[in-house]
Design a protein around this ligand. Structure first.
Ligand code: ARG
Ligand code: ZN
Length: 883
């Protein structure tokens, strides 16, 4: 709990550690309320430290009880060291290598923060990233201290029959004369403490094996709660395909003889890449056709791959300090994006990544929480596991790939692995490898890591018919963000194409330079003009193809141009993008009308263009499903940006969905019938795409015609043969205000109340009902037996979804939604500050709101800030949000 005003940590203050640790031998004697930890550390002064060999040894520690210290076998007396809430300092230590033995105790059962050693439904598990290891023992808890770990675990066999830690099992057995047993694990790879993990409990295992490219056999084990073994097959298949892909694509082979994954129900984030022992939120492991949706299957595949890929990008090469978080996260997200693009559909994955980027990152970048991909200061590092670090971080890596090309990128990665294996490095080190491999100067490019805010590209064009030339003028401008009023121009890869009046691709011949090798313009100045020659007729430009840069585009293209691109662009991403832009323009006009009470018009041209795409045999079903998905309410609010009326945006979007549902009813019903499932469920991308398109059609049908639509959705629910169809039916029904909705929700809960993952889906569906009654519903559900505020998945499903997926109700003009969120943040903060801080981030767009809601939201954020005992986590978020 906070006693003084929390102080920021700054990148510019980085100093190498005064001491390094070569070896750590941990003995952990597990007991629910008093676990004893003994840590034997081989310490030596760091020759690279600027503090000299006489520097005191300062170890981090938090929420643990110190029971004894010995230095080189001699117990230290009280006066030899000093302990605070956050540290243990030994003022005088030897100038050469020495051994330190520290005895501490901690209480896993009382650990509701889920950082350090805690219990999840009876299983002991750890989460040490970013700074959880200091809640297990005193230690230099920073990523640039790399040590070899040996872990001995002791526990009563009845309490914890399975004992796991990083590396290889080297010993195990009974402890004579007790009911206890032990296991000793040895990890040969030096690692920072944040990659330490320990798991113990009553777990079942699902096993397989993998033969690596050099012919080594790796044992693969997925541990789950007993009875869940039949939900592991997809996770295992995903792991094996990720292992193969990393060998084939990046030449990276796994390096231990065993790879373990453990699924636990209570986890602050998605998953964690601990060396050889990944720990997962079980919603990203467990899947069976009757319990998981296609979306769940895709997420599992992606997250398993992400954590596995960290073994090289994160573990073998790690971050020098937490400011470099994007070194491992941006790069690893890029790698998981490439993986799914290769094993599934590239355009569809790109569309879903851009949707996520727009809804999460653009809104972050446009508000008070904006920060660079590599921040330069933080109060609480856990607040920086953000869409900017992850998603924009991945975009920056993608831009590097686009700028230097695939071959040079691969060479740069090879160089990075060769040069820095076993090290803790910085963004500069990574980019230097790319610069060397490509022979390019990337110094201007580096600003992408340091400059916050989403750049705007303002594009104008002109066509000279007699000369046959066509010019594109591109101006770039990055808006001011907190602490960064002035921005430099960025180095931007801008992929373009020219589409002729006949819908055919035109050649790109830059005046004075000849045909372009790759269709990518490089923007480096505030304004640049590119002139193409041999342009026989006025083209429609297809800009930022594949979303080659994470920017906002401003053009003077008109509705007709967007409809044209929607049907003719050869770049599938930009066909989707054209539909999004068209819909966005339409929805913003409709929201204006809704706000002023004007009647809302239909959109026959858009419906016709969509209808044409739906009938186009060359487009895959998953892509068509994406075309039917309108921009989110959050995106629209971000586009409007001022005096936002969330109810008007909601009404406009509903209206357009209903109107499209009516205009396209023939096509939609046809799809619904043609894509009816037959045969057993298969989670592959094509089958999922067909279900996705059929369910997207159902969604519009349900909006179009209240009575009949709801009846059809209810019938879909009743006859569903897999969880994908069940959830699709329910989410169509939640958007209606008809009795079938609650009938279906009640039936779902009655059938699945024993399955916590399905109960979370049910909570989320309830929270997303876009009507004012939902406020009361959410408050009631917080008292329901299915909900516990100490379970992060429950909180995210009910409260997170309410604040994030239901803007109309969260922003209820009464201010009740804001009050509810503030109440939950204040209740949760003392229990789990990380999750509380994340929830409080839902207030980040309050300044965009119309004055009435703005004042109500502000009052609730101020009520949170007024609390005297706020955690550093929530304190940092609310002070930044209030600005
Ligand atoms: N490194 C994990 C990942 O794969 C995220 C863990 C972050 N946990 C936290 N408490 N901040 O992305
Ligand atoms: Zn990660």
């Amino acid at each position: 709990m906070r006693t003084e005003t929390p102080q920021p940590v700054r990148l510019s203050d980085y100093r190498p550690p005064t001491h390094t640790i070569d070896e750590v031998a941990l003995t952990v004697r597990l007991a629910p309320q008093k676990t004893l930890v003994s840590a034997r550390l081989k310490v030596r002064p760091n020759p690279k430290s600027d503090a000299g060999p006489d520097a005191p040894l300062v170890l981090d520690g938090e929420a643990i009880e110190l029971r004894g210290i010995m230095l080189d076998g001699v117990p230290l007396a009280q006066g030899d060291y000093a302990v605070t809430d956050e540290s243990l300092t030994i003022a005088r230590v030897p100038a050469g290598p020495f051994e330190l033995e520290i005895e501490t105790a901690c209480n896993p059962e009382a650990n509701t923060a889920l950082s350090g050693l805690y219990r999840s439904n009876g299983t002991y598990c750890t989460q040490c990233e970013a700074q959880g290891f200091r809640r297990i023992t005193y230690y230099p808890d920073r990523p640039d201290v790399l040590a070899r770990f040996t872990t001995r675990i002791e526990a009563r066999r009845s309490d914890a029959p399975v004992l796991l830690a990083n590396g290889n099992l080297v010993d195990s057995g009974e402890i004579e004369g007790t009911e206890k047993h032990y296991a000793v694990w040895e990890d040969p790879f030096p690692k920072p403490a944040y990659l330490f993990a320990l798991v113990a409990g009553n777990l079942a295992v699902f096993e397989d094996s993998f033969t690596t490219m050099s012919g080594r056999e790796v044992a693969l084990k997925i541990y789950v709660e007993p009875g869940k073994e039949d939900r592991c097959a997809w996770a295992m298949a995903s792991l094996k395909s990720a292992m193969r892909w990393d060998e084939e694509t990046f030449g990276r082979e796994y390096d231990l003889d065993i790879f373990m994954i453990v699924a636990v129900p209570d986890f602050n984030m998605g998953a964690m890449e601990n060396k050889g022992l990944n720990v997962f939120n079980d919603k990203y492991i467990l899947a069976r056709p009757d319990t998981a949706t296609d979306q769940d299957y895709a997420n599992i595949e992606r997250i398993i791959a992400h954590e596995y890929f960290h073994n090289w990008t994160g573990n073998r090469i790690t971050c020098r300090d937490w400011f470099q978080l994007c070194l491992k996260e941006g790069l690893t997200v890029f790698r998981d994006q490439e993986f799914s693009s290769d094993v599934r559909s590239r355009p569809v994955r790109r569309i879903s990544d851009v949707r996520l980027l727009r809804s999460q990152q653009f809104s972050e970048d446009a508000g008070p929480l904006a920060h660079p991909v590599r921040p330069s200061s933080y109060i609480e590092i856990n607040n920086f596991y953000t869409a900017t670090v992850y998603e924009k971080g991945a975009e920056v890596v993608r831009m590097l790939h686009t700028l230097i090309g695939g071959q040079a990128f691969r060479a740069g990665m090879d160089l990075y692995f060769a040069r820095h294996d076993g090290e803790a490095v910085t963004m500069e080190d990574f980019v230097a490898c790319m610069a060397e491999a490509s022979g390019r100067d990337l110094s201007q490019f580096f600003a992408w890591y340091e400059q916050a805010g989403t750049p705007r590209l303002i594009v104008t064009d002109s066509y000279d018919e007699t000369a046959g030339t066509y010019s594109l003028t591109v101006a770039q401008e990055t808006p001011p963000t907190p602490d960064q009023p002035d921005k430099k121009p960025l180095d931007i890869p801008f992929a373009v194409g020219l589409v002729g009046p006949d819908g055919q691709e035109m050649p790109l011949v830059l005046d004075g330079e000849g045909a372009m090798e790759r269709p990518v313009l490089e923007l480096t100045q505030r304004e640049q003009t590119f002139r193409f020659r041999d342009v026989a007729a006025r083209p429609v430009p297809s800009l930022n193809r594949g979303f080659s840069a994470p920017v906002r585009l401003e053009t003077d293209l008109g509705d007709g141009d967007w409809l044209f691109l929607m049907s003719h662009d050869s770049d599938p991403f930009n066909r989707w993008e054209a539909a999004q832009i068209y819909a966005k323009r339409l929805l913003i006009r409709l929201a204006g009308d809704a706000s002023s009470g004007a009647p809302l018009a239909d959109a026959p041209d858009f419906a016709e263009a969509l209808g044409r795409s739906l009938r186009d045999q060359s487009l895959e079903p998953a892509f068509k499903a994406e075309l039917l998905g309108l921009p989110s309410e959050t995106d629209l609010a971000g586009e409007i940006a001022r005096n936002v009326d969330p109810q008007a945006i909601h009404d406009a979007r509903r209206h357009l969905q209903a109107s499209l549902g009516r205009a396209l009813s023939g096509e939609l019903q046809d799809i619904y019938e043609r894509f009816a499932t037959s045969g057993p469920y298969s989670p592959d991308a094509d089958s999922a795409g067909r279900r996705g398109l059929r369910n997207a059609a159902l969604g519009l049908i349900a909006m179009a015609d209240g009575e009949r639509g709801a009846a059809q959705a209810f019938e879909h629910f009743r006859t569903a043969e897999n969880m994908t169809d069940t959830i699709a039916a329910l989410s169509a029904l939640t958007r209606t205000n008809r009795p079938e909705r609650d009938r279906a929700l009640d039936a779902f809960y009655a059938a699945h109340s024993g399955d916590h993952l399905l109960v979370d889906k049910w909570l989320m569906l309830n929270a997303a009902i876009p009507f004012p009654e939902t406020l009361e519903r959410v408050r009631t559900l917080m008292e329901h037996e299915a909900f516990s505020i100490t379970r992060p998945n429950n909180v995210r499903a009910l409260i997170g979804a309410f604040a994030g997926l239901n803007p109309a109700t969260f922003n209820d003009p009464s201010g009740d939604g804001y009050r509810l969120l503030a109440d939950v943040v204040l209740e949760l903060d003392p229990l789990n500050p990380q999750v509380a801080a994340r929830l409080s981030g839902s207030f980040k767009t309050w300044r965009m709101l119309e004055p009435g809601r703005r004042a109500l939201a502000k009052a609730e954020i101020e009520r949170i800030r007024a609390c005297k005992t706020l955690s550093r986590d929530v304190y940092e978020i609310v002070t930044r949000i209030l600005g």
